[in-house]
Design a protein around this ligand. Structure first.
Ligand SMILES: Cc1cc2nc3c(=O)[nH]c(=O)nc-3n(C[C@H](O)[C@H](O)[C@H](O)COP(=O)(O)O)c2cc1C
Length: 337
């Protein structure tokens, strides 16, 4: 576990040592994940929607707290484009608040009522979007504390515009006054130093953590991520305006074939895009099954190890990069004289 080496509004806001957040990971973001992140000086967001049963959700929250040694844990509330999928959101949020959670990551469609529910209870809320335009809109219209903006490199939903972090990562903090976190393609500490120099105050990880030992998926799936490089993901469902970056596997290729053939109704895709296929893939160790979110930073995943070791290495790399940048400076002493 590394001591704190940089302080930003994000580390202060979340009460964490490192400017690194561990994002919601659907089926994989459980109590073990959130606790591992908490104990590593980061914060991990458990995905509420994968615990539809209120009793199980309560148990998982209690377990996370028990394992986190007093460090904060977070909850991810993903707002779907399909309203029927959002019916449990408020109840999930309520149970999390009752369990003492005060750090939330909301994502996707703007959650005004939900944000009010969380803020009234004194929670910290970071809202995740995939474009600077949505970040500006969220920062001005919602009572949120911070915004995270993911670039087109990211695993999961990169939005529609396909702008990478080299542009979007800088633009976000130029356009938004509240603290900005950037994500997408980040898996090395040099990128964390880069993000700080871009004006962001933290980063959010997803793909890089898929090989953490605490992640419950079958080792065969982790091994497939280890074999992956920066070219091993593909974008699907852009034609349905619901772009996903996923592992380029058999299911992704079937979906791409359907798109190429012009399928434009959800029914045509249903058998391939069911979320439960992902869970089965993780359980069975079959990386060809389902649309498995994975981004370009898979290339940085080089071994299965505890999540804390991944964060420690990234913090060391960030420190080295920041030191190197400081050594590159010339003329400062002369200017100060
Ligand atoms: C397997 C996987 C599942 C994800 N599930 C969620 C989720 O449940 N909710 C959410 O808001 N984001 C989810 N994301 C997005 C991550 O929280 C994070 O924003 C993104 O992965 C960052 O980009 P990266 O993958 O390039 O690191 C998921 C990402 C992956 C790789």
């Amino acid at each position: 576990m590394r001591p704190q080496s940089v302080r930003t509004r994000i580390t202060d806001l979340f009460g964490i040592r490192h400017p690194i957040l561990c994002g919601g990971l659907m089926w994989l973001a459980d109590a073990n994940y959130a606790a591992a992140a908490a104990n590593a000086g980061s914060i991990g967001f458990m995905t509420a929607k994968t615990f539809p049963d209120p009793g199980r959700w309560k148990e998982e929250l209690e377990k996370a707290h028990a394992l986190a040694n007093g460090n904060p844990i977070g909850v991810n509330l993903y707002i779907s484009q399909r309203p029927e999928e959002n019916e449990m959101l408020s109840g999930h949020a309520d149970l999390a608040l009752q369990a003492g959670v005060r750090r939330f990551e909301t994502a996707a469609m703007p959650p005004a009522e939900l944000v009010k529910q969380l803020k009234d209870a004194g929670a910290v809320v970071i809202h995740k979007v995939a474009s600077v335009r949505h970040a500006v809109s969220a920062a001005t219209k919602l009572d949120i504390d911070a915004v995270s903006v993911v670039g087109m490199e990211c695993g999961g939903h990169p939005g529609l515009n396909m702008i990478g972090n080299m542009v979007q990562g800088v633009l976000a903090s130029l356009r938004v006054d509240i603290p900005v976190v950037i994500g997408g393609g980040i898996g090395h500490g040099r990128q964390v130093a880069g993000a700080l120099s871009f004006g962001a105050e933290g980063v959010i990880l997803g793909t890089r953590l898929l090989v953490a030992s605490e992640i419950w998926s079958h080792d065969a799936v982790k091994k497939r991520v280890l074999e992956a490089d920066e070219t091993s993901s593909r974008l699907v469902l852009a034609s349905m305006r619901n772009t996903y970056r996923v592992l380029d596997n058999q299911t992704a290729r079937s979906v791409a074939d359907l798109e190429a053939a012009g399928a434009n109704d959800y029914e045509s895709y249903r058998e391939h895009v069911r979320g439960t296929l992902q869970r089965e893939a993780y359980e069975e160790g079959n990386p060809e099954k389902g649309l498995l979110s994975m981004g370009q930073s898979a290339v940085f995943a080089d071994r299965i190890e505890p999540l804390g070791a991944i964060i420690d290495r990234m913090v060391d790399e960030m420190d080295e990069a920041l030191d190197r940048l400081a050594r590159l400076r010339v003329g400062r002493d002369a200017a100060a004289e």
